[in-house]
Design a binder for this molecule. Structure first.
Ligand SMILES: Cc1ncc(COP(=O)(O)O)c(C=O)c1O
Length: 415
């Protein structure tokens, strides 16, 4: 059999929607400057799909720093992996600044958050160790665990009673194998917007021996009085043994970092396969990240603006009867009853009649009969954007309740 034969039978869990989705629901092209308004299929739309939380993507100082760094260094320097020939004082300086900001002894840069997380998990555990993780863990955590040869136990999302039971099981097993326990959660859950119960998990350290790894991709820069993340927001930063965040969201860049005690970070530097065997972050990403971090730390007005938009959007939608689930962060899921056909018709109506571009989330991320439209408010949105969107959602919900989207047809692309 040809290895490619199976492609005809099975295009994969997402690929099977390709015919209807490509270029529209999946792989859409958003054009123009990153902002609240971008061009989709030739027309300007109000965009609620980008994790540009603080609006740094097009901040003039960021654009200037990026451009100057690219002009000075090019995109190539430094060549090679950090360990071999890709180390610079700027990488080290950024690491120091990041560590200080999140209140940890040390930090290490990651070329991409996803790859970094996979390697962090792989490096921290061996076959004797046990991983206990939240059932809604991001793909990078799941994929990191695929490298783990020992046991892993899952607890239902944020269910601390169940976590306790799994920790008791893990403790018995680890006593037998002579291994340790790693608990993994997220700070902000990027789909539903709720927070990992970092305090409650931290409290369990009084009764169980484990280390806590937190993926704070959506919390870094958005949560906490200084923006240092979900741990800061919940008063649990000290309970986090290994703190992870990406630059892909509030920092509007590429890369990420891991922070913790000096010894642990040094161990990771020498053991993260995705970093040892991959090229170092190029200089414009590093210099650009320093500028972003400076603004994230010093321009609290950006975070205040973000939260003004978040509060207006979330309270406005809630007061009109929308179900936003359990969000406690800027991530704003709006849940409707319905299946994939209704979901596509609603999304298409929003895009084409209202010029609102937001992301559609369907089964298996949410149950089969649930539609989730996910809105990401940012500091570059306006209160007028919020009002307009609430009005559009209200009209759409009325039509949905009247059965206007119940033809059972998946809406394809016509725009
Ligand atoms: C929770 C979470 N972890 C990790 C990542 C991966 O980060 P990166 O885009 O830097 O690979 C993402 C998405 O960007 C994410 O949402």
């Amino acid at each position: 059999m040809d290895i490619f034969d199976k492609i005809d039978r099975n295009f994969g869990p997402l690929g099977r929607f390709m015919e209807h989705a490509h270029g529209y629901y999946m792989f859409p092209k958003l054009e123009g400057e990153i902002s609240n308004r971008m061009v989709f299929m030739g027309k300007e739309r109000l965009v609620w799909s980008l994790n540009n939380y603080l609006g740094l993507a097009n901040h003039p100082e960021v654009r200037k720093a990026d451009a100057e760094a690219a002009a000075k260094w090019g995109m190539a320097y430094p060549m090679g992996a950090r360990m071999m020939s890709g180390q610079t004082r700027y990488h080290e300086q950024l690491e120091k600044e990041l560590a200080a900001f999140v209140g940890k002894e040390d930090a290490y840069l990651l070329n991409y958050g996803y790859q970094g997380m996979v390697s962090i998990i792989e490096a921290l555990v061996d076959r004797k160790d046990v991983i206990v993780y939240d059932s809604e863990a991001h793909a990078c955590i799941i994929d990191g665990m695929r490298h783990h040869f020992g046991k892993r136990f899952v607890y239902p999302h944020n269910n601390i009673e169940n976590l306790e039971k799994e920790l008791a099981r893990a403790t018995r097993l680890a006593e037998k194998t002579g291994g340790g326990i790693l608990v993994i959660t997220e700070g902000v859950y990027g789909m539903a917007g709720d927070l990992g119960k970092l305090r409650e998990i931290g409290d369990l350290k009084k009764r169980f021996r484990f280390r806590l790894l937190v993926d704070d991709a959506h919390g870094f820069g958005t949560m906490g009085p200084t923006g240092a993340g979900t741990g800061e927001h919940l008063g649990a930063q000290d309970q986090i043994d290994v703190y992870f965040a990406t630059f892909a969201k509030a920092m509007a860049g590429i890369g990420g970092f891991v922070a913790g005690d000096h010894k642990v970070v040094r161990f990771l530097m020498y053991n993260l396969r995705s970093q040892i065997f991959a090229k170092s972050l190029p200089m414009p990403m590093v210099i650009g990240a320093m500028k972003r971090l400076e603004l994230l730390k010093n321009e609290s007005a950006l975070r205040e603006k973000l939260w003004t938009i978040v509060r207006a959007l979330q309270s406005g939608l809630k007061s009109r009867g929308f179900n936003l689930g359990r969000t406690e962060s800027p991530v704003t899921p709006v849940y409707f009853q319905g299946g994939v056909p209704e979901a596509t018709q609603i999304t298409k109506t929003l895009r084409e009649q209202y010029n609102i571009f937001c992301s559609l989330v369907t089964y298996p991320v949410v149950p089969r009969d649930v539609i989730m439209l996910r809105l990401i408010p940012t500091a570059v949105h306006t209160l007028e954007d919020v009002d307009y969107t609430i009005r559009a959602f209200t009209e759409i919900k009325k039509k949905l309740d009247e059965g206007a989207y119940s033809s059972g047809e998946i809406a394809g692309m016509t725009a």
